[in-house]
Ligand binder design. Sequence first.
Ligand code: DX5
Ligand code: ZN
Length: 227
Amino acid sequence: DKTFRIAPSILSANFAKLGQEIENVIKSGTDIVHFDVMDNHYVPNLTIGPLVCDAIRDLSHNVGALIDVHLMVKPVDRIIPDFAKAGADIITFHPEASDHIDRSLALVRDSGCKSGLVFNPATPLHYLDHVMDKVDMILLMSVNPGFGGQKFIPETLNKLKAARARIDAYYEKTGRQIWLEVDGGVNANNIAEIAKAGADTFVAGSAIFGAPNEADPNRYDTVVAAM
Ligand code: DX5
Ligand code: ZN
């Protein structure tokens, strides 16, 4: 899949005008809204839940943008149907946060969403060994989860290559394409290298919403175009 997608992480948006922020990034041509859910338990931060997802669903779906819900929550199962009802299109979770990974993946698909596993920087890819058929997206964290604005961990490039090799081998066998997303510290300076390592979907929070001159409505276009 040689399609590249930018997924702005609204974690770094101005929450006092979230709707406007989302409209602006969508206008800039991005087609995925990355939605970070943190529970102050699995990760040391607390963010947004199904209520906010529901509030932005029309805004996103009316223009064909997908809502990509990244669960940093433990346990995961209970909240999955709530996000599906709130308009999530993709739901990803961390294998360490689920007692029964296969079951949680099935729960996501049964709720009508695309499913994905998220790998922390030190989490091995072998969690994929027996569930490739049940995964639509693989998300590699290039920072430790919990906060926006951290620095990209370079070892992620090796891991991306390994994940890309798994995805390509799986595609050879089945003809089914799995997306490879990267999350954390992605910006205009490193995105080309990250793409070369095999990612096709790029989360960017502070690089997009934290771009200088918030008053300039074109700042999103400038940043997205640079990426
Ligand atoms: C971190 C989140 C990321 C974060 C990325 O736990 O999963 O999605 O918002 O922010 P930047 O792009 O600023 O690293
Ligand atoms: Zn995220």
